[in-house]
Design a protein around this ligand. Structure first.
Ligand SMILES: Nc1ncnc2c1ncn2[C@@H]1O[C@H](COP(=O)(O)OP(=O)(O)OP(=O)(O)O)[C@@H](O)[C@H]1O
Length: 297
């Protein structure tokens, strides 16, 4: 079931086209990462989905509702990049406040704080929290009312690696329960493993929107092959395969995706001259660079 449908959305700011005919749909339970350089239009797209900005063209539907409508707001949760809370309130008081605002029972606060791993500190003032702890309060706030759509603007920036993993685990559970998730990020490596689909904005244009493997396939970027040669044989291996000797043992090759099996065959024919082989597909960073360059502007 499609939760979010964005069709041909355009947004202009005084002569600057921040979004240029962007179309994107997200299904229930799908985790989509929104990538793009600074100023690519990620926050603008998110604010338009939330109804905080009005689009100049195109349409957006949040489970059949117009962005900013009461119905759309009730279905949508948002975690902005910089969450500001009242420093004098405890974590528990802050979440109780949000629960009251959303018309939910305040007794849910402890469970939510437990869910985001901050139960131990819930009776401490937010002013004493670290950035990661504040971010968890932000996530607890976003979890109120089982949203069908969750929008997160760079949710893991400033979090340590363990907190990031925990953060993504909570998102995984949400997605498992059917929430559609759109989150922006500059942290390509972590996004690679924790999302179902990658959308790349470049100067307001959506230049890619697919699974990582489909993006790899259509980009056709070279695969790197890293060989470990038998002692003293690196030059011979490099000569026979036309690769580059990196040091006394290592030889590197690159090949087009469709030539991969043929190259593996060539390597196997060298028998014991080769001790080990690793295939390295293009990383999300390589793909990001490739697709970001394909801007039409
Ligand atoms: N209220 C505004 N008035 C004028 N220009 C704006 C406004 N909001 C955003 N812009 C411009 O629109 C473009 C897109 O900005 P946006 O904040 O959406 O980028 P972003 O992809 O979220 O960037 P970042 O990664 O730095 O957060 C930028 O050129 C920005 O300067």
């Amino acid at each position: 079931m499609t939760i979010l449908t964005i069709s041909q959305v355009t947004k202009r700011f005084a002569g600057l086209t921040a979004l240029d005919g962007v179309s994107l749909a997200i299904e229930a339970g799908e985790r989509v990462a929104l990538l793009g350089h600074n100023g690519a239009g990620k926050s603008t797209l998110m604010k338009t989905i939330l109804g905080l900005l009005a689009a100049d063209g195109g349409t957006i539907s949040v489970d059949g509702h117009v962005p900013g409508s009461q119905a759309a707001k009730a279905l949508t949760a948002y975690l902005p990049e910089n969450v500001a809370f009242h420093p004098a309130l405890t974590g528990r008081e802050q979440i109780e406040l949000y629960l009251r605002l959303k018309g939910e029972p305040v007794k849910k606060a402890a469970g939510l704080l437990e869910q985001v791993g901050i139960a131990d500190a819930m009776n401490r003032r937010i002013g004493t929290y670290s950035k990661g702890m504040r971010q968890r309060i932000g996530l607890a706030q976003a979890l109120i009312g089982h949203p069908k759509l969750m929008i997160l603007d760079e949710p893991t920036s400033g979090l340590d690696p363990v907190s990031r993993q925990e953060f993504y685990s909570i998102l995984d559970l949400l997605a498992h329960d059917g929430t559609a998730i759109l989150h922006s990020s500059h942290a390509l490596t972590e996004v690679e493993a924790r999302t179902d689909r990658i959308a790349i904005l470049s100067r307001g244009v959506l230049v890619a929107n697919d699974t990582l493997s489909a993006l790899r396939h259509s980009a056709g970027l070279p695969i790197h092959i890293r060989l470990v040669a038998q002692s003293g044989q690196a030059d011979e291996v490099a000569r026979q395969l036309g690769g580059t000797r990196i040091n006394g043992k290592r030889v590197d090759l690159a090949c087009a995706p469709e030539a991969k099996l043929g190259r593996l065959n060539d390597i196997t024919r060298l028998g014991s001259l080769v001790e080990d082989v690793d295939l390295i597909p293009p990383s999300l960073e390589d793909l990001y660079t490739h697709y970001s360059r394909r801007t039409v502007q």
